[in-house]
Design a protein around this ligand. Structure first.
Ligand code: PEP
Ligand code: MN
Length: 331
């Protein structure tokens, strides 16, 4: 249940009620919001005098449920807005920050193309300990500086709670990777942050589990959350993962959060990425995340799936007609 308490309720009372019913509370501007388990179907007697409005739900998808807000939430990042119903935000950059030169090339490329948000990871959650693990804080600073030189915003990944504060400070969108979807240290820190968060779906997670992870962040007080489908594990082995577009349809129907698609990690191979990206845009999603490397053949991570700059440019230019055909535009 979500309760909107009367704004003149003192924090002592709210904290007391919250502890009593095992809830979480935060302030949306002046509005105190108290969220408790969806199993609560009636406003508790003690909370009644302080309650302005309340909503009940079938299960613990609550703050993220479309029935709560009735309209999609918008998440502004610099000059662009995710979730405004008309814009699909194109974000691109390499899998990993590898060097200043590499980032400079990609930042110039993004700027030239009109892309507003650059991506790159510096804390890489790799599948083997014997591969490149990312440049850590040094890489994060390289990314920030390159973006600032060219007026771009940054989306970058946090791997664990030990460096979450650095990522919160130096990014414009905090990316929680598929392998970290359930890291409660990260979820908690992001819940207290005042920055947009892109939560990726764990590749072995159901849609319910995925959206409930978003609820951890939102019930901490940070409602600027976006959901990213990046492929799930199925019986198929010919592609790296399976991009769950049925799941995307469900998320669009059920949740109020902006939806971003990452076909690069789903496909795992360069050849399918442009087709998948166009399919994603045709579904009317709020953002796209595409991996681009100046020379994918020497990339230190995800070499097989990254596009080179020419390929990304061609892909980018092919997206506008698709977006326009459904009344959207690429920004
Ligand atoms: C990435 O974006 O580089 C990444 C590691 O993605 P995912 O968490 O989806 O595997
Ligand atoms: Mn990658």
């Amino acid at each position: 249940m979500i309760l909107h308490l009367k704004p003149d309720t003192t924090e002592d009372i709210i904290a007391g009620l919250s502890a009593e019913i095992g809830g979480h509370y935060f302030y949306r501007g002046e509005q105190p919001v108290l969220v408790t388990s969806a199993s609560m179907k009636e406003v508790p007697a003690d909370a009644e005098p302080f309650t302005q409005d309340h909503w009940t739900f079938e299960d613990d998808i609550q703050l993220a449920h479309l029935s709560y807000t009735k309209v999609k939430r918008e998440v502004p990042v610099g000059q662009v807005v995710f979730g405004n119903g008309t814009d699909t935000v194109f974000m691109t950059g390499p899998c990993s920050v590898e060097s200043e030169e590499q980032l400079e090339k990609v930042a110039i490329f993004c700027k030239g193309l009109g892309v507003k948000i650059i991506r790159a990871g510096s804390y890489k959650p790799r599948t083997s300990p014997y591969t490149f693990q990312g440049l850590g804080l040094e890489g994060l600073q390289i990314l920030r500086k390159a973006a600032d030189r060219h007026g771009l915003k940054v989306i970058t990944e946090v791997r664990d709670a030990t460096h979450v504060d650095h990522v919160i400070e130096l990014s414009d969108i905090i990316q929680i990777g598929a392998k970290s979807m359930y890291d409660h240290g990260i979820l908690k820190a992001c819940g207290l942050a005042d920055k947009p968060v892109l939560l990726k779906r764990g590749f072995g997670s159901t849609l319910q589990e995925f959206v409930q992870c978003a609820e951890f962040i939102m019930s901490g007080g940070n409602e600027q959350v976006m959901l990213c489908e990046r492929g799930i594990r199925t019986f198929e082995t010919k592609t790296r993962f399976t991009l769950d577009l049925c799941g995307v349809a469900w998320l669009k129907e059920t949740t109020n959060l902006p939806i971003v698609l990452d076909p690069s990690h789903a496909m795992g191979k360069r050849f399918g990425v442009p087709d998948l990206a166009r399919a994603c845009v045709a579904m009317g999603v709020d953002g796209l995340l595409i991996e681009t490397h100046p020379d994918p053949s020497v990339a230190l991570s995800d070499a097989a799936q990254q596009l080179n700059m020419e390929q990304t440019k061609a892909l980018y230019q092919s997206l506008s007609p698709v977006a326009e055909s459904i009344g959207r535009r690429i920004v």
